[in-house]
Design a protein around this ligand. Structure first.
Ligand code: V1D
Ligand code: CA
Length: 571
Protein backbone atom coordinates (compact mmCIF):
# COMPACT_ATOMS: atom_id res chain seq x y z
CA UNK A 1 0.00 0.00 0.00
CA UNK A 2 1.23 3.48 -0.81
CA UNK A 3 0.71 5.95 1.97
CA UNK A 4 2.05 9.31 0.89
CA UNK A 5 -1.30 10.75 0.11
CA UNK A 6 -2.38 13.08 2.82
CA UNK A 7 -1.10 15.64 5.16
CA UNK A 8 -2.36 13.63 8.06
CA UNK A 9 -0.59 10.49 6.89
CA UNK A 10 2.30 9.34 9.03
CA UNK A 11 4.26 8.40 5.95
CA UNK A 12 7.66 10.02 5.72
CA UNK A 13 9.96 9.81 2.78
CA UNK A 14 13.38 8.54 3.81
CA UNK A 15 15.81 11.33 4.54
CA UNK A 16 18.96 9.70 3.18
CA UNK A 17 19.41 9.52 -0.56
CA UNK A 18 21.14 7.64 -3.31
CA UNK A 19 23.70 10.40 -3.52
CA UNK A 20 26.47 7.88 -3.97
CA UNK A 21 24.75 6.30 -6.93
CA UNK A 22 26.00 7.53 -10.30
CA UNK A 23 22.56 6.84 -11.69
CA UNK A 24 20.95 9.48 -9.54
CA UNK A 25 23.84 11.88 -9.62
CA UNK A 26 22.79 12.95 -13.05
CA UNK A 27 22.49 16.67 -12.76
CA UNK A 28 26.02 17.96 -12.79
CA UNK A 29 27.08 21.49 -12.21
CA UNK A 30 25.93 22.70 -15.58
CA UNK A 31 22.78 20.61 -15.53
CA UNK A 32 23.61 18.87 -18.77
CA UNK A 33 23.71 15.21 -17.79
CA UNK A 34 21.50 13.25 -20.17
CA UNK A 35 20.32 9.98 -18.75
CA UNK A 36 16.74 10.47 -19.59
CA UNK A 37 15.48 10.48 -23.11
CA UNK A 38 17.85 8.48 -25.20
CA UNK A 39 15.36 5.68 -25.47
CA UNK A 40 13.25 7.95 -27.56
CA UNK A 41 13.98 7.62 -31.25
CA UNK A 42 15.31 11.10 -31.84
CA UNK A 43 15.13 11.25 -35.61
CA UNK A 44 11.97 9.41 -36.39
CA UNK A 45 8.33 9.45 -35.51
CA UNK A 46 7.68 8.14 -32.02
CA UNK A 47 6.48 4.63 -31.30
CA UNK A 48 2.90 5.05 -30.15
CA UNK A 49 0.90 2.41 -28.26
CA UNK A 50 -2.84 2.78 -28.02
CA UNK A 51 -4.90 1.11 -25.28
CA UNK A 52 -8.60 0.55 -25.70
CA UNK A 53 -10.17 -1.78 -23.15
CA UNK A 54 -12.81 -3.55 -25.20
CA UNK A 55 -16.32 -2.80 -23.94
CA UNK A 56 -15.28 0.14 -21.77
CA UNK A 57 -17.54 2.45 -23.78
CA UNK A 58 -20.61 0.33 -23.14
CA UNK A 59 -20.88 1.35 -19.48
CA UNK A 60 -23.52 3.78 -18.21
CA UNK A 61 -23.38 6.02 -15.17
CA UNK A 62 -27.13 6.59 -15.44
CA UNK A 63 -29.60 8.54 -17.48
CA UNK A 64 -29.01 12.02 -16.20
CA UNK A 65 -25.34 11.68 -15.51
CA UNK A 66 -23.05 13.81 -17.70
CA UNK A 67 -20.26 11.23 -17.81
CA UNK A 68 -20.89 9.09 -20.89
CA UNK A 69 -18.35 6.33 -21.51
CA UNK A 70 -19.84 6.09 -25.02
CA UNK A 71 -17.53 8.99 -25.92
CA UNK A 72 -14.72 6.43 -25.83
CA UNK A 73 -16.41 4.31 -28.47
CA UNK A 74 -16.98 7.39 -30.60
CA UNK A 75 -13.33 8.38 -30.25
CA UNK A 76 -12.24 4.93 -31.30
CA UNK A 77 -14.56 5.07 -34.30
CA UNK A 78 -13.00 8.31 -35.48
CA UNK A 79 -9.45 7.15 -34.80
CA UNK A 80 -10.05 4.05 -36.90
CA UNK A 81 -12.18 5.94 -39.40
CA UNK A 82 -9.29 8.26 -40.12
CA UNK A 83 -7.06 5.25 -40.58
CA UNK A 84 -4.90 6.32 -37.66
CA UNK A 85 -4.68 2.69 -36.58
CA UNK A 86 -2.38 2.22 -39.56
CA UNK A 87 -0.04 4.78 -38.04
CA UNK A 88 -0.19 3.55 -34.46
CA UNK A 89 2.40 0.96 -33.73
CA UNK A 90 0.63 -1.15 -31.12
CA UNK A 91 -3.07 -1.35 -30.40
CA UNK A 92 -4.07 -3.20 -27.26
CA UNK A 93 -7.33 -4.47 -25.90
CA UNK A 94 -5.90 -4.51 -22.43
CA UNK A 95 -6.77 -6.74 -19.49
CA UNK A 96 -8.49 -5.15 -16.49
CA UNK A 97 -6.37 -4.18 -13.51
CA UNK A 98 -6.31 -6.86 -10.83
CA UNK A 99 -7.38 -6.35 -7.26
CA UNK A 100 -3.70 -6.53 -6.24
CA UNK A 101 -2.81 -3.81 -8.70
CA UNK A 102 -5.55 -1.55 -7.35
CA UNK A 103 -4.38 -2.22 -3.79
CA UNK A 104 -1.05 -0.63 -4.57
CA UNK A 105 -2.89 2.62 -3.89
CA UNK A 106 -6.46 1.99 -2.81
CA UNK A 107 -7.68 0.87 0.60
CA UNK A 108 -8.74 -2.70 0.93
CA UNK A 109 -12.11 -1.94 2.56
CA UNK A 110 -12.91 0.52 -0.22
CA UNK A 111 -12.09 -2.07 -2.88
CA UNK A 112 -14.22 -4.62 -1.02
CA UNK A 113 -17.09 -2.18 -1.19
CA UNK A 114 -16.54 -1.30 -4.87
CA UNK A 115 -16.39 -4.93 -5.88
CA UNK A 116 -19.55 -5.88 -3.95
CA UNK A 117 -22.00 -3.04 -4.38
CA UNK A 118 -24.49 -3.27 -7.25
CA UNK A 119 -27.67 -1.41 -8.21
CA UNK A 120 -29.58 -4.48 -6.95
CA UNK A 121 -28.05 -4.63 -3.46
CA UNK A 122 -27.64 -0.92 -2.79
CA UNK A 123 -30.49 -0.67 -0.33
CA UNK A 124 -28.80 -3.24 1.91
CA UNK A 125 -25.48 -1.44 1.54
CA UNK A 126 -26.81 2.05 2.32
CA UNK A 127 -24.46 2.54 5.27
CA UNK A 128 -21.40 1.74 3.23
CA UNK A 129 -22.62 3.83 0.30
CA UNK A 130 -22.83 6.79 2.69
CA UNK A 131 -19.54 5.93 4.34
CA UNK A 132 -17.75 5.96 0.99
CA UNK A 133 -19.53 9.09 -0.23
CA UNK A 134 -21.26 7.64 -3.24
CA UNK A 135 -24.12 9.74 -4.50
CA UNK A 136 -25.08 11.95 -7.39
CA UNK A 137 -21.56 12.44 -8.71
CA UNK A 138 -20.50 8.84 -8.14
CA UNK A 139 -23.60 6.71 -8.44
CA UNK A 140 -23.77 2.96 -8.09
CA UNK A 141 -24.14 1.63 -11.61
CA UNK A 142 -23.95 -1.80 -13.15
CA UNK A 143 -20.45 -3.24 -13.44
CA UNK A 144 -18.79 -0.09 -12.16
CA UNK A 145 -16.00 -2.15 -10.57
CA UNK A 146 -15.31 -3.85 -13.91
CA UNK A 147 -15.42 -0.47 -15.62
CA UNK A 148 -12.90 0.91 -13.10
CA UNK A 149 -10.62 -2.09 -13.52
CA UNK A 150 -10.77 -1.64 -17.29
CA UNK A 151 -9.69 1.97 -17.44
CA UNK A 152 -7.07 1.40 -14.74
CA UNK A 153 -5.78 -1.63 -16.66
CA UNK A 154 -5.20 0.56 -19.71
CA UNK A 155 -3.18 3.17 -17.84
CA UNK A 156 -1.15 0.54 -16.00
CA UNK A 157 -0.36 -1.31 -19.21
CA UNK A 158 0.75 1.97 -20.80
CA UNK A 159 2.98 2.74 -17.82
CA UNK A 160 4.50 -0.74 -17.93
CA UNK A 161 5.29 -0.40 -21.59
CA UNK A 162 6.91 2.99 -21.04
CA UNK A 163 9.02 1.45 -18.27
CA UNK A 164 9.98 -1.39 -20.57
CA UNK A 165 11.20 1.22 -23.03
CA UNK A 166 9.29 -0.36 -25.89
CA UNK A 167 7.11 2.63 -26.61
CA UNK A 168 7.67 6.37 -26.61
CA UNK A 169 4.04 7.33 -26.12
CA UNK A 170 1.19 5.35 -24.56
CA UNK A 171 -2.40 6.54 -25.02
CA UNK A 172 -5.40 5.49 -22.92
CA UNK A 173 -8.36 7.77 -23.55
CA UNK A 174 -10.45 5.77 -21.08
CA UNK A 175 -8.11 6.75 -18.23
CA UNK A 176 -7.36 10.07 -16.57
CA UNK A 177 -9.84 9.83 -13.69
CA UNK A 178 -7.99 12.24 -11.50
CA UNK A 179 -10.37 12.80 -8.56
CA UNK A 180 -10.55 9.33 -6.98
CA UNK A 181 -9.00 9.14 -3.51
CA UNK A 182 -7.41 6.10 -1.94
CA UNK A 183 -10.48 5.37 0.13
CA UNK A 184 -13.36 6.94 -1.75
CA UNK A 185 -14.67 7.89 -5.16
CA UNK A 186 -15.00 11.52 -6.18
CA UNK A 187 -16.10 13.53 -9.21
CA UNK A 188 -17.16 10.60 -11.42
CA UNK A 189 -13.90 8.74 -10.62
CA UNK A 190 -13.86 5.44 -8.71
CA UNK A 191 -10.25 4.35 -8.87
CA UNK A 192 -7.36 6.65 -9.63
CA UNK A 193 -5.68 5.11 -12.65
CA UNK A 194 -3.30 8.07 -12.82
CA UNK A 195 -1.87 7.53 -9.35
CA UNK A 196 -1.54 3.82 -10.09
CA UNK A 197 0.22 4.50 -13.39
CA UNK A 198 2.58 7.03 -11.81
CA UNK A 199 3.46 4.56 -9.06
CA UNK A 200 4.24 2.05 -11.79
CA UNK A 201 6.41 4.61 -13.60
CA UNK A 202 8.26 5.36 -10.35
CA UNK A 203 9.51 1.80 -10.28
CA UNK A 204 11.84 2.78 -13.07
CA UNK A 205 11.70 6.54 -13.52
CA UNK A 206 13.34 8.84 -11.00
CA UNK A 207 11.06 11.79 -11.67
CA UNK A 208 7.58 11.90 -13.14
CA UNK A 209 5.86 15.10 -14.23
CA UNK A 210 2.06 15.08 -14.14
CA UNK A 211 0.25 17.70 -16.24
CA UNK A 212 -3.53 18.12 -16.04
CA UNK A 213 -5.49 20.19 -18.58
CA UNK A 214 -8.95 19.08 -17.49
CA UNK A 215 -10.96 22.16 -16.42
CA UNK A 216 -11.22 20.64 -12.94
CA UNK A 217 -8.36 20.58 -10.48
CA UNK A 218 -6.45 17.28 -10.50
CA UNK A 219 -6.90 16.96 -6.75
CA UNK A 220 -6.64 13.18 -6.37
CA UNK A 221 -3.27 13.00 -8.08
CA UNK A 222 -1.96 16.09 -6.30
CA UNK A 223 -2.98 14.66 -2.93
CA UNK A 224 -1.35 11.30 -3.58
CA UNK A 225 2.03 12.91 -4.25
CA UNK A 226 1.71 16.05 -2.16
CA UNK A 227 4.69 15.09 -0.01
CA UNK A 228 6.83 13.71 -2.78
CA UNK A 229 9.60 15.39 -4.73
CA UNK A 230 9.70 12.57 -7.26
CA UNK A 231 6.37 13.53 -8.74
CA UNK A 232 5.67 17.07 -9.78
CA UNK A 233 2.00 17.83 -10.38
CA UNK A 234 0.85 20.79 -12.47
CA UNK A 235 -2.87 21.38 -12.86
CA UNK A 236 -4.48 24.05 -15.01
CA UNK A 237 -8.10 24.53 -13.96
CA UNK A 238 -10.98 26.81 -13.27
CA UNK A 239 -10.74 28.01 -9.69
CA UNK A 240 -13.36 30.12 -8.01
CA UNK A 241 -13.49 28.41 -4.64
CA UNK A 242 -16.85 26.82 -5.32
CA UNK A 243 -16.20 25.20 -8.68
CA UNK A 244 -15.67 21.46 -8.20
CA UNK A 245 -13.59 20.19 -6.43
CA UNK A 246 -12.91 23.54 -4.75
CA UNK A 247 -9.16 22.96 -4.36
CA UNK A 248 -6.15 24.03 -6.42
CA UNK A 249 -5.38 27.58 -5.41
CA UNK A 250 -2.18 29.23 -6.53
CA UNK A 251 -0.48 28.82 -3.19
CA UNK A 252 -1.18 25.14 -2.65
CA UNK A 253 2.26 23.86 -3.51
CA UNK A 254 3.06 20.62 -1.73
CA UNK A 255 4.22 19.75 1.73
CA UNK A 256 7.41 18.67 3.44
CA UNK A 257 9.76 17.07 0.94
CA UNK A 258 7.12 17.79 -1.67
CA UNK A 259 7.13 21.54 -1.04
CA UNK A 260 7.01 23.34 -4.42
CA UNK A 261 6.51 20.05 -6.26
CA UNK A 262 2.79 20.74 -6.71
CA UNK A 263 1.86 23.64 -8.95
CA UNK A 264 -1.61 25.05 -9.46
CA UNK A 265 -2.69 27.37 -12.22
CA UNK A 266 -6.09 28.76 -11.20
CA UNK A 267 -7.96 30.29 -14.12
CA UNK A 268 -11.28 32.05 -14.56
CA UNK A 269 -14.13 31.53 -17.00
CA UNK A 270 -13.72 32.22 -20.68
CA UNK A 271 -9.98 31.84 -21.15
CA UNK A 272 -9.20 31.83 -24.88
CA UNK A 273 -6.66 29.98 -27.00
CA UNK A 274 -3.97 32.66 -26.96
CA UNK A 275 -4.03 33.22 -23.24
CA UNK A 276 -4.19 29.52 -22.40
CA UNK A 277 -1.39 28.58 -24.77
CA UNK A 278 0.82 31.37 -23.51
CA UNK A 279 0.51 30.45 -19.86
CA UNK A 280 0.58 26.70 -20.56
CA UNK A 281 3.74 26.84 -22.65
CA UNK A 282 5.53 29.24 -20.32
CA UNK A 283 4.83 27.20 -17.21
CA UNK A 284 5.44 23.79 -18.74
CA UNK A 285 8.65 24.90 -20.43
CA UNK A 286 9.98 26.24 -17.13
CA UNK A 287 8.78 23.22 -15.18
CA UNK A 288 10.45 20.73 -17.52
CA UNK A 289 13.66 22.76 -17.44
CA UNK A 290 13.69 22.82 -13.63
CA UNK A 291 12.34 19.39 -12.76
CA UNK A 292 13.80 17.44 -15.67
CA UNK A 293 11.26 14.64 -15.64
CA UNK A 294 12.22 11.22 -16.93
CA UNK A 295 8.56 10.51 -17.76
CA UNK A 296 5.50 12.67 -18.24
CA UNK A 297 1.84 11.83 -17.65
CA UNK A 298 -0.59 14.15 -19.43
CA UNK A 299 -4.26 14.19 -18.44
CA UNK A 300 -6.20 15.60 -21.40
CA UNK A 301 -9.63 16.26 -19.90
CA UNK A 302 -11.69 17.70 -22.75
CA UNK A 303 -14.03 19.69 -20.53
CA UNK A 304 -11.61 22.60 -20.94
CA UNK A 305 -12.89 22.91 -24.53
CA UNK A 306 -15.32 25.67 -25.41
CA UNK A 307 -18.99 24.62 -25.32
CA UNK A 308 -18.42 21.85 -22.82
CA UNK A 309 -21.54 20.94 -20.90
CA UNK A 310 -19.80 21.36 -17.53
CA UNK A 311 -16.96 23.67 -18.51
CA UNK A 312 -16.66 27.40 -19.11
CA UNK A 313 -13.45 27.92 -21.07
CA UNK A 314 -13.22 28.95 -24.75
CA UNK A 315 -10.54 26.57 -25.91
CA UNK A 316 -10.60 25.23 -29.44
CA UNK A 317 -9.68 21.64 -30.25
CA UNK A 318 -6.66 23.00 -32.09
CA UNK A 319 -5.38 24.77 -28.97
CA UNK A 320 -6.07 21.80 -26.70
CA UNK A 321 -4.14 19.70 -29.20
CA UNK A 322 -1.34 22.23 -29.29
CA UNK A 323 -0.83 21.68 -25.57
CA UNK A 324 -0.50 17.98 -26.28
CA UNK A 325 1.92 18.64 -29.11
CA UNK A 326 3.97 20.95 -26.92
CA UNK A 327 4.38 18.24 -24.30
CA UNK A 328 5.09 15.57 -26.91
CA UNK A 329 7.90 17.67 -28.34
CA UNK A 330 9.98 17.30 -25.18
CA UNK A 331 10.66 13.75 -26.35
CA UNK A 332 10.26 12.36 -22.86
CA UNK A 333 8.40 9.02 -22.43
CA UNK A 334 4.78 10.09 -22.32
CA UNK A 335 1.57 8.56 -20.98
CA UNK A 336 -1.47 10.34 -22.41
CA UNK A 337 -4.82 9.93 -20.69
CA UNK A 338 -8.38 11.17 -21.09
CA UNK A 339 -10.43 12.62 -18.25
CA UNK A 340 -13.49 14.83 -18.22
CA UNK A 341 -15.36 15.99 -21.29
CA UNK A 342 -19.13 16.26 -21.53
CA UNK A 343 -20.04 17.52 -24.98
CA UNK A 344 -19.48 14.17 -26.56
CA UNK A 345 -19.02 15.20 -30.16
CA UNK A 346 -16.24 17.56 -29.17
CA UNK A 347 -14.59 15.10 -26.82
CA UNK A 348 -14.20 12.47 -29.50
CA UNK A 349 -13.08 15.02 -32.07
CA UNK A 350 -10.53 16.37 -29.64
CA UNK A 351 -9.03 13.02 -28.63
CA UNK A 352 -8.98 11.86 -32.24
CA UNK A 353 -7.13 15.00 -33.27
CA UNK A 354 -4.73 14.54 -30.37
CA UNK A 355 -4.10 10.95 -31.40
CA UNK A 356 -3.06 12.27 -34.80
CA UNK A 357 -0.84 14.88 -33.17
CA UNK A 358 0.86 12.23 -31.05
CA UNK A 359 1.34 9.92 -34.00
CA UNK A 360 2.72 12.86 -35.97
CA UNK A 361 0.39 12.83 -38.94
CA UNK A 362 -1.94 15.45 -40.28
CA UNK A 363 -5.58 14.49 -40.76
CA UNK A 364 -8.18 16.32 -42.83
CA UNK A 365 -10.82 18.56 -41.35
CA UNK A 366 -13.43 16.37 -43.02
CA UNK A 367 -14.51 13.65 -40.60
CA UNK A 368 -14.37 10.12 -41.92
CA UNK A 369 -17.60 8.24 -42.53
CA UNK A 370 -18.50 6.09 -39.56
CA UNK A 371 -21.58 4.29 -38.38
CA UNK A 372 -22.25 7.34 -36.21
CA UNK A 373 -22.19 9.78 -39.11
CA UNK A 374 -25.48 11.43 -38.23
CA UNK A 375 -24.06 12.47 -34.87
CA UNK A 376 -21.70 14.90 -36.56
CA UNK A 377 -24.09 16.37 -39.11
CA UNK A 378 -24.62 19.52 -37.03
CA UNK A 379 -21.09 20.65 -37.76
CA UNK A 380 -21.02 19.56 -41.39
CA UNK A 381 -18.84 16.62 -40.37
CA UNK A 382 -15.90 18.80 -39.47
CA UNK A 383 -13.12 17.84 -37.10
CA UNK A 384 -12.64 21.45 -36.07
CA UNK A 385 -16.08 23.05 -35.95
CA UNK A 386 -16.13 26.74 -35.13
CA UNK A 387 -16.57 27.52 -31.47
CA UNK A 388 -20.09 28.44 -30.48
CA UNK A 389 -21.39 30.08 -27.33
CA UNK A 390 -18.27 31.86 -26.18
CA UNK A 391 -18.08 32.70 -22.50
CA UNK A 392 -16.86 36.15 -21.52
CA UNK A 393 -13.17 36.05 -20.70
CA UNK A 394 -12.65 37.02 -17.07
CA UNK A 395 -8.90 36.47 -17.17
CA UNK A 396 -6.69 39.45 -17.91
CA UNK A 397 -3.10 39.68 -19.09
CA UNK A 398 -2.28 41.06 -15.64
CA UNK A 399 -3.96 38.20 -13.76
CA UNK A 400 -2.14 35.63 -15.86
CA UNK A 401 1.16 37.42 -15.45
CA UNK A 402 0.71 37.37 -11.71
CA UNK A 403 0.20 33.60 -11.80
CA UNK A 404 3.19 33.08 -14.09
CA UNK A 405 5.51 35.13 -11.90
CA UNK A 406 4.38 33.34 -8.78
CA UNK A 407 4.98 29.94 -10.35
CA UNK A 408 8.36 30.95 -11.71
CA UNK A 409 9.36 31.90 -8.18
CA UNK A 410 8.38 28.49 -6.88
CA UNK A 411 10.35 26.84 -9.67
CA UNK A 412 13.42 28.82 -8.66
CA UNK A 413 13.38 27.11 -5.27
CA UNK A 414 13.05 23.80 -7.02
CA UNK A 415 16.13 24.31 -9.15
CA UNK A 416 18.21 24.58 -6.04
CA UNK A 417 16.74 21.47 -4.49
CA UNK A 418 19.23 18.62 -4.39
CA UNK A 419 16.35 16.20 -4.38
CA UNK A 420 15.77 16.88 -8.04
CA UNK A 421 19.10 15.31 -8.76
CA UNK A 422 19.40 12.78 -5.98
CA UNK A 423 16.33 11.08 -4.74
CA UNK A 424 16.18 7.75 -3.08
CA UNK A 425 13.62 5.31 -4.34
CA UNK A 426 11.49 4.64 -1.25
CA UNK A 427 11.90 1.11 0.05
CA UNK A 428 8.45 -0.09 -0.97
CA UNK A 429 8.92 1.17 -4.49
CA UNK A 430 12.49 -0.12 -4.66
CA UNK A 431 11.09 -3.55 -3.97
CA UNK A 432 9.05 -3.38 -7.14
CA UNK A 433 12.20 -3.28 -9.18
CA UNK A 434 13.07 -6.89 -8.57
CA UNK A 435 12.69 -8.91 -11.71
CA UNK A 436 11.42 -11.87 -9.79
CA UNK A 437 8.38 -9.86 -8.79
CA UNK A 438 7.36 -9.44 -12.39
CA UNK A 439 4.51 -11.67 -13.36
CA UNK A 440 5.02 -14.03 -16.25
CA UNK A 441 2.42 -12.07 -18.15
CA UNK A 442 4.31 -8.81 -17.72
CA UNK A 443 7.56 -10.34 -18.79
CA UNK A 444 5.86 -11.79 -21.85
CA UNK A 445 4.33 -8.43 -22.64
CA UNK A 446 7.78 -6.93 -22.68
CA UNK A 447 9.01 -9.63 -25.01
CA UNK A 448 6.22 -9.19 -27.49
CA UNK A 449 6.30 -5.43 -27.39
CA UNK A 450 10.05 -5.27 -27.72
CA UNK A 451 9.60 -7.26 -30.88
CA UNK A 452 7.05 -4.82 -32.14
CA UNK A 453 9.43 -1.97 -31.47
CA UNK A 454 12.19 -3.65 -33.40
CA UNK A 455 9.92 -4.35 -36.34
CA UNK A 456 8.85 -0.80 -36.49
CA UNK A 457 12.37 0.45 -37.04
CA UNK A 458 12.44 -1.46 -40.31
CA UNK A 459 9.18 -0.41 -41.80
CA UNK A 460 7.48 2.82 -42.57
CA UNK A 461 4.27 1.33 -43.92
CA UNK A 462 2.86 -1.43 -41.76
CA UNK A 463 3.58 0.14 -38.41
CA UNK A 464 0.72 -1.32 -36.52
CA UNK A 465 0.32 -4.35 -34.33
CA UNK A 466 -3.02 -5.45 -32.97
CA UNK A 467 -3.12 -7.14 -29.62
CA UNK A 468 -5.95 -8.54 -27.60
CA UNK A 469 -4.40 -8.62 -24.17
CA UNK A 470 -1.01 -10.01 -25.02
CA UNK A 471 -2.24 -11.96 -28.04
CA UNK A 472 -1.19 -10.66 -31.43
CA UNK A 473 -4.44 -10.79 -33.33
CA UNK A 474 -3.16 -9.75 -36.69
CA UNK A 475 -0.61 -12.57 -36.50
CA UNK A 476 2.13 -10.62 -38.12
CA UNK A 477 4.70 -10.73 -35.36
CA UNK A 478 7.63 -13.02 -36.02
CA UNK A 479 6.94 -16.49 -34.59
CA UNK A 480 9.89 -16.45 -32.21
CA UNK A 481 10.35 -13.07 -30.64
CA UNK A 482 13.85 -12.14 -29.60
CA UNK A 483 14.47 -11.45 -25.92
CA UNK A 484 13.69 -7.99 -24.60
CA UNK A 485 16.26 -5.41 -25.51
CA UNK A 486 17.17 -4.83 -21.89
CA UNK A 487 16.54 -6.29 -18.49
CA UNK A 488 13.88 -4.62 -16.43
CA UNK A 489 14.88 -3.11 -13.14
CA UNK A 490 18.55 -2.94 -13.92
CA UNK A 491 20.21 0.36 -13.37
CA UNK A 492 22.66 -0.47 -16.13
CA UNK A 493 20.41 0.51 -18.92
CA UNK A 494 22.92 1.45 -21.52
CA UNK A 495 21.77 5.01 -21.58
CA UNK A 496 23.41 7.10 -24.20
CA UNK A 497 22.96 10.79 -24.72
CA UNK A 498 19.41 11.90 -24.75
CA UNK A 499 17.62 13.81 -27.40
CA UNK A 500 16.43 16.55 -25.11
CA UNK A 501 14.97 19.73 -26.37
CA UNK A 502 12.86 20.43 -29.38
CA UNK A 503 14.79 18.88 -32.23
CA UNK A 504 11.73 16.96 -33.33
CA UNK A 505 8.18 17.73 -33.84
CA UNK A 506 7.13 20.98 -32.31
CA UNK A 507 4.74 22.74 -34.58
CA UNK A 508 4.94 20.00 -37.17
CA UNK A 509 1.30 19.12 -37.09
CA UNK A 510 -0.68 21.95 -38.49
CA UNK A 511 -4.08 22.75 -37.17
CA UNK A 512 -6.88 22.63 -39.67
CA UNK A 513 -9.39 24.93 -37.99
CA UNK A 514 -12.16 26.11 -40.21
CA UNK A 515 -13.73 29.51 -40.29
CA UNK A 516 -17.43 29.07 -41.03
CA UNK A 517 -19.58 29.84 -38.04
CA UNK A 518 -22.30 27.23 -37.68
CA UNK A 519 -23.87 26.98 -34.28
CA UNK A 520 -23.24 23.72 -32.45
CA UNK A 521 -26.40 22.70 -30.62
CA UNK A 522 -26.54 20.79 -27.40
CA UNK A 523 -27.62 17.44 -28.76
CA UNK A 524 -25.01 15.31 -27.16
CA UNK A 525 -26.42 11.83 -27.07
CA UNK A 526 -24.74 9.55 -29.56
CA UNK A 527 -27.11 8.09 -32.09
CA UNK A 528 -27.63 4.48 -32.83
CA UNK A 529 -25.03 3.33 -35.27
CA UNK A 530 -26.13 3.39 -38.86
CA UNK A 531 -24.35 2.15 -41.91
CA UNK A 532 -26.41 4.37 -44.13
CA UNK A 533 -24.73 7.66 -44.85
CA UNK A 534 -26.71 10.62 -43.60
CA UNK A 535 -24.48 13.17 -45.15
CA UNK A 536 -25.88 15.67 -47.55
CA UNK A 537 -25.01 15.70 -51.19
CA UNK A 538 -22.25 17.82 -52.52
CA UNK A 539 -20.50 17.86 -49.25
CA UNK A 540 -17.29 17.63 -51.17
CA UNK A 541 -15.24 14.66 -50.14
CA UNK A 542 -12.03 16.32 -51.05
CA UNK A 543 -10.72 14.43 -48.09
CA UNK A 544 -9.64 11.27 -49.91
CA UNK A 545 -6.49 11.96 -48.06
CA UNK A 546 -3.87 9.39 -47.19
CA UNK A 547 -4.93 7.40 -44.19
CA UNK A 548 -8.64 8.16 -44.37
CA UNK A 549 -10.67 4.99 -44.20
CA UNK A 550 -14.12 4.96 -45.74
CA UNK A 551 -15.94 3.13 -42.97
CA UNK A 552 -15.10 1.43 -39.74
CA UNK A 553 -15.76 -2.31 -39.68
CA UNK A 554 -15.56 -2.91 -35.96
CA UNK A 555 -18.55 -3.71 -33.84
CA UNK A 556 -19.65 -0.63 -31.96
CA UNK A 557 -20.56 -0.60 -28.29
CA UNK A 558 -22.43 2.67 -28.16
CA UNK A 559 -25.87 2.78 -26.63
CA UNK A 560 -28.73 2.22 -28.98
CA UNK A 561 -31.64 4.60 -29.28
CA UNK A 562 -33.35 2.62 -26.50
CA UNK A 563 -30.53 3.62 -24.15
CA UNK A 564 -30.78 7.31 -24.92
CA UNK A 565 -31.14 9.72 -22.06
CA UNK A 566 -34.33 11.12 -23.47
CA UNK A 567 -36.85 9.76 -25.94
CA UNK A 568 -35.50 11.81 -28.80
CA UNK A 569 -31.92 11.12 -27.78
CA UNK A 570 -31.27 14.72 -26.72
CA UNK A 571 -29.85 15.74 -23.41
F1 V1D B 1 -24.57 17.80 -13.47
C1 V1D B 1 -24.59 16.62 -12.90
C2 V1D B 1 -25.65 15.78 -13.15
C3 V1D B 1 -25.68 14.56 -12.53
C4 V1D B 1 -24.67 14.20 -11.68
C5 V1D B 1 -23.61 15.07 -11.44
C6 V1D B 1 -23.56 16.29 -12.06
C7 V1D B 1 -22.43 17.19 -11.82
C8 V1D B 1 -22.03 18.27 -12.53
N1 V1D B 1 -20.92 18.78 -11.93
N2 V1D B 1 -21.57 17.04 -10.81
C9 V1D B 1 -20.68 18.00 -10.90
C10 V1D B 1 -19.52 18.15 -9.99
N3 V1D B 1 -19.91 17.99 -8.63
C11 V1D B 1 -20.27 19.03 -7.85
C12 V1D B 1 -20.61 18.69 -6.43
C13 V1D B 1 -21.76 17.87 -6.17
N4 V1D B 1 -22.40 18.96 -5.43
C14 V1D B 1 -22.75 18.69 -4.10
C15 V1D B 1 -21.27 19.78 -5.69
O1 V1D B 1 -20.29 20.16 -8.30
C16 V1D B 1 -18.45 17.12 -10.26
C17 V1D B 1 -17.68 17.38 -11.50
C18 V1D B 1 -16.73 16.26 -11.76
C19 V1D B 1 -15.78 16.56 -12.89
C20 V1D B 1 -15.01 15.34 -13.24
C21 V1D B 1 -13.86 15.57 -14.19
O2 V1D B 1 -14.29 16.23 -15.34
O3 V1D B 1 -12.85 16.37 -13.64
C22 V1D B 1 -13.26 14.24 -14.59
N5 V1D B 1 -12.03 14.04 -14.84
O4 V1D B 1 -11.82 12.75 -15.14
C23 V1D B 1 -12.96 12.13 -15.10
C24 V1D B 1 -13.90 13.05 -14.74
CA1 CA C 1 -6.90 20.42 -14.48
Amino acid sequence: MYYANSLSSDFAWPSDTFSSSPYFNDRGLNGTAQPITERIHPHSRPIVSYYFPKGVGAHHYGERHPMKPARLTLTNELVFGYGLHNQIHNIYDVRPATREELEVYHDSDYLDFLSRVTPANQSEMRNLIDKFNCGEDCPIFADMYDFSRMYAGGSLAGARKLCAGTTDIAINWSGGLHHAKRGEPSGFCYVNDIVLAILELLRYHPRVLYIDIDIHHGDGVELAFYQSDRVMTVSFHKYTGDFFPGTGKLDDNGYGTGKNFALNVPLLDGIDDDMYLTIFKTIIEDTVASFRPSAIVLQCGADSLGSDRLGAFNLSIAAHGECVNFVRAFNVPLLVLGGGGYTLRNVCRCWTYETSVLVGVSIPNELPRTVYDSFFADSQWKLHPPLSGRVENQNTPASLQRITISIRNKLRYLQGAPSVAMQEIPPDIQGFLKDEERSQEELEEEISTATAGEQRADTSIARNEFFEGDKDIDHDSPPTPPPPSRARGSTKRGRGRGGRGRARGRGRVSSTSVVDDDEDDDDDEPPAPSRKSTRGRGRGRAGKTRGVASESKRSPDLPTEADSDTPNGKL
